[in-house]
Design a protein around this ligand. Structure first.
Ligand code: WAQ
Ligand code: MG
Length: 256
């Protein structure tokens, strides 16, 4: 589902569901678009396709929630995590300018991890699609997350996206900031870092946000875009690792 008001992105969502659940989720997506805090959309596009062929099965990333005293502290944590992942300072600054000063894009930017340059393609942003959960894994994750007080639907949706993205060899890591004014937790994710949640990543009420995928220089762009947009990926195994702690605890666990 994609909902927009002219050029301005309002809301989007995607998933893979059994045929018996398609109707229910289609309605849910339309309700979400119509009731969105970013405003009433001028148009809503809903596209439903049968998945052909075998999906790729992956495991969800472990979840770490990084405690923070406020926006300044969290911005520092974002920089530390991206640096730990191996992103250059040029690329970190470029990403910060994209996700902390603008919003309203439907997809993610792809930046080179060394130069911080945007990839030179006709499309400026890319939307990841065709990811979901096997039924049993979905229930397991719901149970696990809710036992830690993390049952917001956004967390589950972001975790499946981040797990699909992190599975791509060409992607070093991802930075995400919701562009919804009331949702102020973002994340940095990679296969090595896991899914690291950052509360207070932006001020309450701010409509800035976006996603950046940091791409290794040797990337085969066509292959990567095809994987992100079109290859069906299902989570069939859940990482049971859910942690809360500050950035120093995270760093020592990461380095050990
Ligand atoms: N593919 C690529 N980029 C996307 C996609 C997608 N499928 N969906 C959203 N984006 C980009 C786009 O630029 C949006 O403006 C931006 O991300 C933010 O999207 O654990 O709700 O749906 O508590 O507002 C993170 C959850 C929530 C953190 C992120 O993002 C947590 C969220 P939103
Ligand atoms: Mg949003």
């Amino acid at each position: 589902m994609r909902a927009a008001d002219g050029q301005r992105h309002i809301s989007g969502a995607e998933g893979i569901y059994d045929d018996g659940q398609v109707y229910e989720h289609a309605i849910r997506f339309i309700q979400r678009a119509m009731g969105h805090e970013r405003g009433l959309p001028g148009e809503i596009h809903l596209s439903i396709e049968k998945i052909e062929g075998k999906p790729i099965f992956i495991k969800s990333l472990p979840v770490w929630t990084c405690s923070s005293e406020g926006v300044e502290c969290s911005r520092g944590n974002v920089r530390l995590l991206l640096d730990m992942a191996g992103v250059s300072h040029f690329a970190i600054e470029k990403a910060e300018a994209l996700v902390f000063t603008t919003g309203g894009k439907a997809g993610a930017f792809m930046l080179d991890i060394c130069s911080g340059q945007g990839l030179e393609t006709k499309k400026k942003t890319f939307r990841v699609s065709r990811m979901g959960f096997q039924a049993e894994a979905s229930l397991r994750l719901d149970k696990l997350l809710s036992s830690y007080g993390l049952s917001h639907y956004r967390i589950k949706e972001a975790l499946v996206l981040a797990s699909k993205v992190a599975f791509a060899d060409e992607v070093l890591c991802e930075l995400c900031v919701s562009d919804d004014p009331s949702y102020t937790t973002g994340y940095v994710a990679s296969r090595r870092l896991g899914y690291v949640r950052i509360p207070h990543i932006k001020a309450l009420g701010s409509a800035v946000g976006g996603r950046v995928f940091f791409i290794k220089p040797t990337v085969n762009l066509e292959r990567l875009v095809n994987y992100l947009e079109s290859v069906p990926v299902l989570i069939n195994e859940i990482s049971e690792n859910v942690y809360f702690g500050d950035i120093n605890e995270f760093a020592s666990a990461y380095n050990s």
